[in-house]
Write a protein that binds this ligand. Structure first.
Ligand SMILES: [Zn+2]
Length: 186
């Protein structure tokens, strides 16, 4: 028998820990949520130290994501891909900004090579990033994979604005804590 479906979930705690009633007006507010998701994911032992959130034009949450690679034995279950897939299911479109924008993704750490590719196709207008790839690789066992040399310029050419180093120290603190105590466990 062939497996014919994949079932991916966020941990149950997101329903209690994420306030979907409020808006997140600034870039720093949006990335702060992504970092908080990364922190709680480690604390709850529900995945690796990465969080992300997709926001609509009204600065409200469309979907969130956390790393679920080890719990689901699934290498594509990164925070950004989870957030994209859940936002796409909620809006019922593979291009999130198809019906108007801007759509923003905030992520606790720079997208890896896979999430970079997913970002090209997801239909977002803005990409907000906390920690840099070199932070991830210095503080945790994770590899970010190969990216085009001018990956920021390549996204901008496709109409995606990239803003880096937002709350970078807070994002680094979660990575550091994970790397020192839990590296590779979940
Ligand atoms: Zn990734």
């Amino acid at each position: 028998m062939l497996y014919a479906q994949v079932h991916l979930t966020l941990p149950a705690w997101v329903q209690e820990r994420v306030d979907t009633a409020r808006d997140y007006p600034g870039d720093a507010d949006k990335v702060a949520l992504a970092i908080e998701l990364s922190r709680v994911n480690v604390e709850a032992q529900s995945g690796g130290p990465f969080g992300a959130a997709v926001f609509g034009p009204d600065d409200r949450i469309i979907a969130v994501g956390v790393n679920r690679v080890l719990p689901h034995a699934c290498s594509v279950a990164h925070a950004e891909t989870m957030a994209y897939m859940l936002a796409q299911q909620r809006l019922q479109t593979p291009r999130l900004n198809e019906y108007g924008g801007p759509i923003t993704l905030a992520t606790s750490s720079q997208p890896c090579c896979m999430c970079y590719g997913a970002t090209v196709w997801a239909g977002i207008d803005r990409l907000l990033i906390g920690a840099r790839a070199e932070d991830v690789e210095a503080l945790t066992p994770f590899d970010e994979g190969p990216l085009p040399e001018d990956w920021v310029g390549a996204l901008q050419q496709r109409g995606i604005e990239v803003v880096r180093d937002i709350r970078r120290e807070a994002a680094r603190a979660v990575l550091r804590s994970y790397g020192e105590t839990d590296g590779g466990k979940y």
